[in-house]
Design a protein around this ligand. Sequence first.
Ligand code: ADP
Length: 486
Amino acid sequence: SSLPLRDPDLLRQRALVGGRWIQADGDQACEVRNPATGALLATVPDMGAAETRRAIEAAQAAFPAWAARTAGERAQVLRRLFDLMMAHQDDLAVLMTAEQGKPLAEARGEVAYAASFIEWFGEEARRLYGDVIPGHAAGKRLLVLRQPVGVVAAITPWNFPSAMLARKLGPALAAGCTVVCKPALETPFSALALGVLAERAGLPPGVLNIVTGRDAAAIGIELTTHPAVRKLSFTGSTAVGRRLMAQCADGLKRVSLELGGNAPFIVFEDADLDAAVAGAIASKYRNSGQTCVCANRIFVHESVYESFALKLVDAVRALRVGDGLAGPTDQGPLISAAALAKVEAHVADALARGARLALGGARHALGGTFYQPTVLLDVTPAMRIAHEETFGPVAPLFRFRDEREAIALANDDQAGLAGYFYTRDLARAFRVAEALECGIVGVNTGLISTAVAPFGGIKQSGMGREGSKYGLDDYTQIKYLCLDVG
Ligand code: ADP
């Protein structure tokens, strides 16, 4: 590979099991390609159930000693990992853009965002307080301890290859858990680089294991049925999340699921339209529209519909599309041919059912999986794009008449992750924020993600929260001690 890395050791073509870097045997390697060029980047081992079992056993063996460390000792390792991620921010960004396709500036931002979860949870480790409860009887003393759940399985997607892993690693390691993670096959190198840096930070062998392979289902079955795994944390599609939760049912493993969203983005008649356009651009076109909190359904009040649409089209026209490693860009390719086909199908369906094309609407001249930033007008709930996550750079504009209708439209979906709206009316801000059926609400902003706040969904968008003081709850269990002291 000819990637411009200052530290070429960060491109690791091996998996990590029990502190050993495992190589692929010859023909068993999985190829990873750059979505912007189609070029082969490098390979990773094709591991299956047996190797996954060994990784789980390594995590199981490493658990007692890691859990027994003081919170301060675990915090120091996490702090060093944070420092190393920031020191290697440029290399990690190059690796990410090469395997994922996002603009280099976005990749740098994601590395910092990922690192912030490691930093935050290292700090939170020291504050894993329990409780002392006033006794219910004379002589009884009641205590509550918070202990690590044990071995955690983490399955992560390709859209945020570093951050989606760091969100799980941070709280798991801070709480004293050990981890087996399986990154998406499209983007294993960001995860493996974190493994390299974790090792340099002094994380003991076996505390973090990274399994790669093309048979996600076989790896997933092992991770969800092995008795040593006490918890699954998954970020990905709703269909796979549902299946993994079912697989976890027999062993009664705890699950955290961060699944698909279908975020409403409401522009009320009293909104600051320029701010709303900026928020829509940031929310909709980041990562080429491939985020679970992307504005998927943009509802605009009829009185400002035309002016909002004009301003949005102007802003979208200015987006620079291209290979993130070749120069400054705002939008990269889509991750795969299947992703491109889905975007094309959604746009074709909308146009066939009466939507109007304001901008884009076709593959980009760059070829490959590049798609033009697109704006659709007169979109209605009858179109596929209203109820399926498009995961692409397409902004569909719906029209509404009043607040009640906007809320009803926004809530008319099974997903419930993020929701956004723009208004200058304080009473309306609270009314609508409380009425939206979702786990995250952006009021007059399109950017809601931070390690210090709880991220997660309701309804079919999943369960559990990542980030913030609540983020540790998913990785700890409560133990109640009842002492009779006479
Ligand atoms: P996406 O559509 O974004 O690729 P997926 O849910 O298919 O979302 O993928 C998210 C993660 O889940 C990836 O790491 C993928 O390999 C993994 N995955 C996909 N199918 C399964 C499965 N049956 N069991 C376990 N993991 C799976």
